[in-house]
Write a protein that binds this ligand. Structure first.
Ligand code: HEC
Length: 469
């Protein structure tokens, strides 16, 4: 309400954040949080294999170095940029919620910033001093300690952010007492951390197993042995991931579980929910099978292409998990406090009384007249629906109504049906927030939706089209 509205009509605002954020999580978990400790462990194994004569076993050290090269390049470029991208996109799409989160988590974010800067410095030193560390046993031992410190710092950055993610789903007792500690120790925090930590290890294992296959010569002893070590790493992570997932699932509030079918498959495919769940389980089992074969049957000739299955399986699994997490907290962006449309729950009575436009700083229309009804309706749409819907793009509000009422081509939307629906929208679909405006605003919104249905106009074209009439 206090900010101008940014709206991407072709793809929707949600998708903009989702693409950037999911990519970031995949890189953060798969190539930093889970990957760095694995690389450090492989480096340590190479160090031990060096024996009395050499500082390290060259083959092992080179493998660890190559894996780290991949992690270094991707995390410091796409990883870092998508991290900034999350801030950019989410503060464009929902500045009010980011504002609230910053007020609650100010101290946590400040610490996180310090930890993150330390992490960046450590990763630079760790990677760039690798060659130098080969000069003496002491230098190598120090380098491995550096890798351990880097692993710890990457985990801490994740662990702070996970608290904020948990808070957005279920703000716990914070809603009553509003203290930082109540927010930080929200009920979903530790369960989600208990899930993400082994998940990151498993994702990293899948990636490393695939990369090690590329980086080692065919039929070599190191391919066999390093493959076994990485597979062991994955096999250890699997039970923890399953336990973490269960603990986390059990902590998700019941109402949110009701959102799951649409969260997993969208409304169109929600009836495929069971099939999709089977698919997700299938992906995990295939990860387990590949890791199991590599570990227990190391001499078995597994075609290289099969190594890509755990990678795809894990990336898809983590991606779906993020989409679900983002979706099931709806209708809230901050659990029980702020709805996804940026309106605070407590302020609803105020808006019902005065209307939303009266409080919308950037709306050109504050009071609705027959002349400005469409312009007002557009504002109401932008304020109450556009965080999740477009006019004609992905999740188009026009199409949703047409589909819901099974309209024939060229058939117009019915005003009374829509009015009735939007007045009780939260009962129809739990994931949508109640309509915050008053009766005239609801009518303006409907007039606007009917208008864009018949004209096909996008939001920024309305004013020009009205002026030229
Ligand atoms: C918090 C996000 C959010 C907000 C805000 C929101 N919607 Fe939705 N709406 C959705 C989602 C998600 C779907 C289902 C999309 C899918 O999976 O196909 C949906 C579906 C719908 C449907 C189809 C329902 C059905 O059962 O077929 C209609 C109609 C609709 N929305 C209208 C609106 C209108 C009008 C507004 C504004 C007053 C609005 N929505 C606000 C997220 C939202």
């Amino acid at each position: 309400m206090d900010f101008p509205i940014f709206h991407l009509d072709f793809m929707g605002d949600r998708l903009l954040i989702a693409i950037i954020a999911v990519l970031h999580v995949l890189i953060n978990h798969g190539l930093a949080v889970g990957f760095i400790p694995l690389v450090t462990w492989l480096e340590y194994l190479g160090f031990k294999k060096g024996g009395q004569q050499n500082v390290v076993n060259n083959e092992w050290d080179t493998l660890a170095y190559r894996l780290m090269t991949v992690a270094f390049i991707i995390t410091t470029t796409i990883g870092a940029m998508t991290g900034v991208g999350i801030w950019l996109s989410s503060s464009l799409v929902n500045p009010a919620s980011i504002g609230s989160l910053i007020r609650v988590f100010y101290g946590a974010w400040f610490v996180e910033w310090l930890v993150f800067v330390t992490e960046v410095v450590l990763i630079l030193i760790y990677y760039l001093s690798w060659k130098k560390s080969l000069t003496s046993v002491e230098a190598k031992a120090k380098h491995i300690r550096l890798g351990t410190a880097l692993s710890i710092f990457s985990w801490i950055t994740m662990s702070i952010i996970v608290s904020i993610l948990g808070f957005m789903m279920d703000s716990g007792s914070w809603a009553e007492n509003k203290t930082f500690m109540a927010g930080f120790t929200n009920p979903i925090y530790l369960p989600q951390l208990a899930f993400r930590t082994p998940l990151a290890a498993l994702m990293a294992g899948a990636l490393a197993l695939f990369l090690a296959r590329i980086f080692t010569p065919k039929d070599s002893a190191i391919r066999l042995e390093s493959g076994r070590k990485i597979a062991l790493w994955m096999l250890i992570a699997v039970p923890f991931t399953l336990i973490g997932a269960t603990v986390y699932y059990l902590r998700i509030p019941d109402l949110m579980i009701g959102n799951l079918p649409v969260a997993v498959g969208t409304m169109e495919f929600q009836s495929w929910y069971d099939l999709l769940v089977k698919f997700i389980i299938g992906a995990l089992v295939s990860v387990l099978v590949v890791a199991g074969l590599v570990f227990f049957k190391p001499t078995l000739k597994i075609p290289s292409v099969l190594y890509i299955i755990p990678v795809i399986g894990m990336l898809a699994f983590a991606g779906i998990f993020e989409r679900i997490r983002e979706f099931i907290r709806k209708p809230y962006v901050i659990g029980n406090y702020m709805y996804s449309n940026t309106f605070r729950k407590d302020e609803y009575p105020l808006y019902k009384r005065d209307g939303i436009l009266a409080h919308a700083t950037y709306s050109p229309v504050k009071e609705i007249t027959p002349e400005n009804q469409l312009i007002a309706g557009e504002q109401v749409f932008l304020l109450t629906c556009s965080r999740c819907h477009t006019t004609h793009g992905i999740n188009s509000v026009v199409e949703k109504f047409e589909d819901m009422y099974s309209l024939k081509p060229n058939e117009s939307l019915n005003k009374d049906l829509m009015k009735n629906y939007i007045s009780h929208i939260e009962n129809a679909r739990y994931f949508m927030p109640p309509f915050p405006g008053n009766e005239t605003e609801l009518e303006a919104l409907i007039a606007y939706i009917q208008h864009i249905q018949s004209t096909g106009l996008a939001p920024d074209k309305l004013e020009t089209s009205l002026n030229t009439k």
